[in-house]
Design a protein around this ligand. Structure first.
Ligand code: ADP
Ligand code: ASP
Ligand code: MG
Length: 440
């Protein structure tokens, strides 16, 4: 049985960090190590793609050379033997010459995905070479040989399981495998990815495919905190969360986990443990199917939300009206996050505005429509059963000075959500931190 260990950008972010991984990964437990790109790399690759898209070949070339310089510095610190340094230099030459080749021709959307894949290909190869130089045996299993999406852009679990096992079986005595997070192939076999932060998702898909005993997400903080540590000053790690609580937090903005990462683990009932690479002894957070204690556990916030108010005096309660609305969103593959209804109006939120114009134009055929952009969903998560009084009161009381655009409670026993203008996000998170967790 394999343990899955995923290391994020900061955990492989420098030569020293890569060296430190040995203490965590090298022991007798069979494991698959999933690596992100070194921190900053995927952002840099996005910038390169942008310049290539703008046909600014000079700037793209400069950015590629700048990134190569960073990696040249990393390998000079990472490898101590000539052999190690030579092989790593060859690796950099291959990848960066390949990237430079895109400056010579018209740049297409598919090629963008190929460039974005370079970060994970580099980090895994460097770690593998470093282990080799240190006399530690490991094998790379290329994610592009097994990680595949189906026609709905969802992981193709049967394919993944079959081809991942095939890769593992090529090395029956090996105990330490390394693979790339984030990157995959689409249904046509082209290089694609699992979206920003998607290495967590890779780890959990892989864990589910091999029925792992545990999926560990190693990052730069000691677990899921009760509030967003980037926004409020005082926060604490939560020792235990249920799958549903963690999924709500990840979906509603807790950046420590990719939004969809919990689902494959939950389906196979595989615990997910969040750990800190910089403080491996810290307990972290264990996410499992155990129902945790009643009470509020944490708060998260998701920006970039658009609220759409749909008003119809005549038809709202008429049967079929809500269906007509939902069908419009479905046609444009745009998921709805929050929804509130009254006798005469429906308000709902979306986080993807790609088809907003088309959706609004179709909605206007059946109702009056108003749009509010720059909204934030603030989500309070825990075990909040409907039989227990007081949760709604505590949350709304904490937010008494903030205008609330929408309130949603009762959809799940794990979540009370409110929608506020993003201008009030910090104030709302601070108010909840002081009223729900007694931080002042
Ligand atoms: P990695 O590169 O390892 O994937 P991320 O940057 O994606 O790391 O996630 C870790 C970061 O998530 C932390 O540094 C922290 O700032 C941020 N974060 C946001 N909300 C939370 C939360 N509720 N608990 C813990 N970390 C959070
Ligand atoms: N490297 C990718 C990103 O920065 C994936 C990840 O880190 O999870 O989004
Ligand atoms: Mg991440």
């Amino acid at each position: 049985m394999f343990l899955i260990l995923k290391f994020g950008g900061t955990s492989v972010g420098s030569a020293q960090r890569i060296k430190d991984l040995v203490n965590i990964t090298v022991n007798s437990t069979p494991k698959i190590v999933v690596l992100s790109a070194m921190s900053g790399t995927t952002n840099a690759l996005f910038d390169i793609c942008q310049k290539l898209n703008e046909q600014d070949v000079n700037k793209a070339t400069d950015l590629i050379n700048e990134l190569k310089e960073k990696y040249t510095h990393v390998i000079s610190e990472l490898f101590k033997t000539n052999d190690g340094l030579n092989i790593a230099t060859q690796l950099l030459n291959t990848h960066f010459t390949f990237m430079l080749s895109f400056t010579l021709d018209v740049f297409t959307k598919n090629e963008e995905k190929v460039i974005l894949a370079q970060g994970e290909l580099l980090s895994t190869a460097l770690f593998h070479f470093y282990l080799k130089e240190s006399g530690i045996s490991s094998e790379i299993i290329p994610a592009l040989n097994f990680m595949k999406l189906n026609e709905n852009e969802e992981p193709d679990s049967d394919y993944i399981e079959k081809y991942l096992k095939e890769e593992l079986n090529k090395h029956p005595t090996q105990k330490l495998f390394i693979t790339q997070g984030y990157i995959c192939r689409n249904v046509f076999g082209e290089i694609d990815n699992l979206k920003r932060g998607g290495s967590d998702y890779s780890a959990s898909i892989i864990g589910a495919a091999v029925n792992s005993q545990e999926i560990q997400i190693w990052t730069d903080i000691d677990g899921m905190h009760n509030n967003d540590p980037r926004i409020v000053n005082k926060t604490h790690p939560i020792n235990k969360l249920s799958f549903d609580e963690a999924a709500e937090l990840a979906y509603f903005g807790a950046k420590i986990l990719h939004p969809t990462c919990i689902l494959p683990a939950k389906k196979k009932n595989i615990p997910v443990r969040l750990k800190n690479t910089l403080q491996p002894e810290a307990q972290g957070t264990l996410i499992s199917n155990l129902i945790s204690n009643i009470g509020i556990k944490a708060v998260a916030a998701k920006d970039g939300i658009t609220a759409i108010n749909i008003k119809s005096d005549r038809m709202l309660l008429a049967h079929g009206f809500l269906r007509a609305i939902f069908e419009i969103f479905e046609r444009y593959k745009t998921p709805i996050d929050m929804i509130c209804t009254s006798e005469v109006a429906v308000s709902l939120t979306i986080d993807n505005n790609s088809y907003l114009k088309e959706i609004v134009s179709e909605l206007k055929e059946i109702a009056t429509v108003e749009i509010d952009e720059n909204q934030t969903i603030i989500c309070v998560v825990g075990q909040l059963p409907k039989e227990t009084a007081g949760f709604g009161y505590i949350v709304l009381k904490a937010l008494k000075d903030i205008p609330l655009r929408m309130v949603s409670y009762g959809g799940s026993p794990n979540n009370i959500s409110v929608l506020v203008n993003s201008y009030f996000k910090k104030q709302a998170l601070e108010a909840l931190n002081s009223h729900l967790f007694n931080y002042n």
